[in-house]
Design a protein around this ligand. Sequence first.
Ligand SMILES: Cc1cc2nc3c(=O)[nH]c(=O)nc-3n(C[C@H](O)[C@H](O)[C@H](O)COP(=O)(O)OP(=O)(O)OC[C@H]3O[C@@H](n4cnc5c(N)ncnc54)[C@H](O)[C@@H]3O)c2cc1C
Length: 471
Amino acid sequence: MTASGIDALKAALPAKAWTQDADVITPLLREWRDKYFGQTPILLTPGATDEVARAVAICAEHGLPIVPQGGNTGLVGGQTPQGEVLLSLKRMTAIREVNPVANAMTVEAGATLHTVHEAARSENRKFPLTLSSEGSCTVGGVLSTNAGGNHVLKYGTTKELVFGVEAVLADGSVFNGLSSLRKDNTGYDLSRLFLGAEGTLGIITAATLKLFPQPGHVARALIGVGSVADAVALLTRFRGPALAMFEVMPRIGLKAVTDNFEALRDPFTDAHPWYVLTDFEVDSADQGAALLTGLLQSAMEADLIRDAVLAQNDTQFQALGAIREHMSAGQKFLGGSIKQDITVPIDRIAEFFDRADRRVQTIVPNCRPVGFGHFGDGNIHYNIAQPASDDMAGDRPAFLAHWDAVSEAVFDIVDDLGGSISAEHGIGIMKRDTLARRADPVKLALMRRVKYALDPANIMNPRVMIQDFKG
Ligand SMILES: Cc1cc2nc3c(=O)[nH]c(=O)nc-3n(C[C@H](O)[C@H](O)[C@H](O)COP(=O)(O)OP(=O)(O)OC[C@H]3O[C@@H](n4cnc5c(N)ncnc54)[C@H](O)[C@@H]3O)c2cc1C
């Protein structure tokens, strides 16, 4: 890290656009799960695209690597610098335009997902990407990780919700792909290169997002079911244009949440092995009640469900949703957790659980699988909590030492079932070497060529995603 490069950044940027104050920087060097801790010589906080461009041009000139950061909610370590310049987009939060005629919104990269939702709602529109981290995660982060969340089965992942991006390239030039055109066949779709690139190809400074009509009403139910297979059978019955969410949680996960967060209650009298949280977007409350009642009744007759509660008002709607939203936080009360974010074909979810649950027990006897998530997309957060009662209980480091062995065993099953080792969180540092071992060599070679074409000096988030970059 050259001192002259750091001095050049300080001289070229306004005082508000950089700091070396440890009190400001330190919280940004630690990620949500306390898995990665970083260091940086300087934090850049540009307030506009031209300041980002100026900063990147200086970094390029001095060979300074850069890690972009949004809300710091990423779960694969990609936003945590290890000596690189840390560039936060948090000051770039402007909503540049909400256009209800084109159903489009142009927004700067540092705006949170929550801000985007509110801005869309103010024009009676919906931006459908929904994550539990929406109060903190940013547009730049969700685009760069191609985030998924709860509504993918109806609206698709982030990639499908973006018209185009504005991005600062590795030489400091600015690519302007902002547009609300639904048809534009003028060559490569360059904006898409930056979606899911995790900051390795450039820094997203703004994006034009797709908006949708607000549904007239959302009907929500929490359903107790006996098995993963029953949950998947329910999904098949529920499929249709109104189905907007289908999330599944195990008993251990729901109990960890309702036991530990005072405001959250188990709405059922009896315990159930699995729970489905589902939303249907309809025109009116009456239509929603009729649809849900009919579906639940026929599923009950087919012996697929044990019990169900329907949200009758906004308070109940929020309370049921909060159980799912706290699923990650609730697991902290179960001790150490080895976490996986995988997809398998939906018709093989039950087989995945059967095989994975047995396999992980052979590595860590008495460990507690807490598999939950977006089953409507085949996406399982297959987390393993440390044993509750044996000599490893309480020994968090000893349990977490099994992270790689458990992950490899799970990935073997995922590969065998034709799934993906990263459903929605990305590759980052955590899965970089796994990707290099398991991905198609032609794909890996192509990724390196794209990376080299856009960032030949490898200054853009150089440690993530691509292993063995050779310029
Ligand atoms: C409680 C919780 C729930 C979550 N639920 C979900 C979920 O349901 N679905 C899901 O997909 N994810 C989920 N996540 C993960 C996380 O919220 C997403 O990955 C999110 O997209 C990260 O956004 P961020 O702004 O925090 O990005 P950061 O964490 O700051 O960065 C993530 C990556 O993007 C890069 N990056 C950030 N901003 C830019 C930019 N402007 N230009 C270029 N690169 C950039 C970083 O370098 C890093 O590689 C969850 C996380 C938490 C903590």
